[in-house]
Design a protein around this ligand. Structure first.
Ligand SMILES: NC(=O)C1=CN([C@@H]2O[C@H](COP(=O)(O)OP(=O)(O)OC[C@H]3O[C@@H](n4cnc5c(N)ncnc54)[C@H](O)[C@@H]3O)[C@@H](O)[C@H]2O)C=CC1
Ligand SMILES: O=C1O[C@H](COP(=O)(O)O)[C@@H](O)[C@H](O)[C@H]1O
Length: 262
């Protein structure tokens, strides 16, 4: 893709991971919440994603958007997710279609289906021998208000795709909080997304052809309970990492390849 790509939430953890992995690959436009500490190497804008006047100028000449900005806290209060996540995502879509953007990649979350992890299924579903999988075509089942906001973001995308024909890929991101799998946390190891797999799935989502998709964004973890089939089939995603290859913060085979964020 030669045309500019807008990255919202560029200063956050996922944003820095995507940019770090794909810096050379795209003509980036960045959106930050507030003035970044260091001068960015790409054109950038600052502001609130729920504010049309802040977002619209950043969309000019943009072909695709990776929309990450929002409140990422699973325990975020309703007022915050309503404004930052739901209203913000609606405004980003509105500005995108006004500007003629072709493609939106939206940071959805495992929490859009968090309540599928029932007492009956857990903790077995977090273990490698268990073959339960969520495919991505099931009805959302959020376990908190943050999850409601992410499921709503997917539905907002459905509307804008059907009404305005923008291509939409919702990536239900698992856990990208460290550059190694979470320690002593089976659920987190099951949904770990390594930094390089994070960069790859976003690149594939920018390059692939699709109408409206929901895929899971995790590494190829032995413990997984999210299917990677749709991401492989539609995006050509080919994850390189697996939380089972790690012992705590160290790779079992001793290689130190991968994966720093900054
Ligand atoms: N880190 C993870 O493991 C996961 C993250 N996600 C999603 O990925 C996205 C990025 O998450 P992280 O980078 O981890 O969070 P983060 O908090 O590090 O980054 C979010 C960025 O969005 C900005 N932001 C928040 N509200 C804004 C607003 N109203 N207007 C403009 N900018 C705003 C923040 O200032 C921050 O720079 C979020 O949408 C989150 O829900 C989803 C699943 C897992
Ligand atoms: O959507 C998100 O999910 C990750 C993983 O969830 P957790 O319940 O295991 O922490 C979370 O850490 C991140 O903040 C959130 O945005």
């Amino acid at each position: 893709m030669d045309e500019p790509v807008l990255l919202t939430g560029a200063g956050g953890h996922v944003g820095r991971t995507v940019l770090n992995g794909l810096r050379e690959e795209y003509d980036w436009r960045l959106m930050f919440h507030s003035q970044p500490a260091h001068e960015p190497e790409f054109p950038y804008w600052t502001g609130e994603v729920e504010n049309h006047a802040d977002v619209r100028p950043a969309m000019e000449d943009v072909n695709a958007v990776i929309h990450l900005a929002g409140d990422p806290r699973p325990d975020a209060p309703w007022e915050s997710v309503l404004s930052n996540n739901i209203d913000g995502t609606h405004t980003v879509y509105e500005c995108a279609v006004e500007a003629g953007v072709d493609k939106m990649v939206f940071a959805s979350s495992n929490h859009a289906v968090g309540a599928a992890e029932t007492d009956e299924r857990t903790p077995e579903m977090y273990r490698a021998h268990d073959d339960f999988r969520l495919e991505g075509d099931e009805f959302p089942r959020p376990g908190n208000r943050y999850g409601i906001s992410k499921a709503t973001g997917e539905v907002i995308g459905r509307f804008f795709h059907d009404e305005y024909d923008i291509s939409v890929c919702n990536i239900r991101i698992g856990n990208l909080n460290e550059d190694h799998p979470p320690i002593d946390y089976e659920r987190g190891q099951a949904m770990w997304l390594s930094p390089r797999d994070c960069a790859q799935i976003h690149a594939r989502a920018l390059e692939a052809d699709y109408d409206f998709e929901i895929v899971y964004g995790i590494s190829d973890n032995d413990r997984k309970y999210y299917s990677l089939e749709r991401a492989r089939e539609v995006l050509g995603y080919d994850p390189q990492d697996n939380s089972a290859e790690w012992d705590g913060a160290e790779r079992i085979d001793g290689t130190a390849e991968a994966v720093n964020v900054d």
